[in-house]
Design a protein around this ligand. Sequence first.
Ligand SMILES: [Zn+2]
Length: 211
Amino acid sequence: MDDPLQKLTALFAKFPGIGGRQARRFVYFLLSRDETELKRLGAMIADIKRDITQCPSCQRFFPKSDLIKESKECKICRDSARDGSLLIVVEKDNDLDSLEKSGTYEGHYFILGGTVPNVEKEVPRFIRIDALKKIVAEKTKSGNLQEIILGLSLTPAGEHTISYLRTILSPLLANTKVQISMLGRGLSTGTELEYSDSETLKNALLNRHKE
Ligand SMILES: [Zn+2]
């Protein structure tokens, strides 16, 4: 495939939620921009791994310019004013952004990086389960953690992930006071967390239930 138009279209079509037709639309959009702008965009993409780092605790991506010398953690994880007794597990960075924007959550985060499809095999391929186990072990040891909120979207993949996480986390929490909770039904079924408005997120958090 030597046609640059097709090559770039095929590349965009790999983006989440983007089909072939949209991918082609992106390519035509780029062709309508001037060259300086395209060069700037190209350079930004080329440098993204250099300029962005990943937090070893919550796993979120953030600009390296936010780093301080003493820590590899992000601003949120470093913030001692936040409530260390709460840990919410979310699917992706966008979910964290929505919760932060809603201003209704003060605890810590863990970003799973995906959901578990309805196949039990090769789960580590889909989510950061080992990193989660490590963080939960560290936080339970330090004695501050009281509650892990499974903040997944109420979609089939989200529900499946919740039950998978329960089976993994329950034995780790067996001799601790840490409880597992789920977001309340303020969150409408089938809606992705990242698309829920602040009021909905607030109610879902307030109405969360433990089992
Ligand atoms: Zn962090």
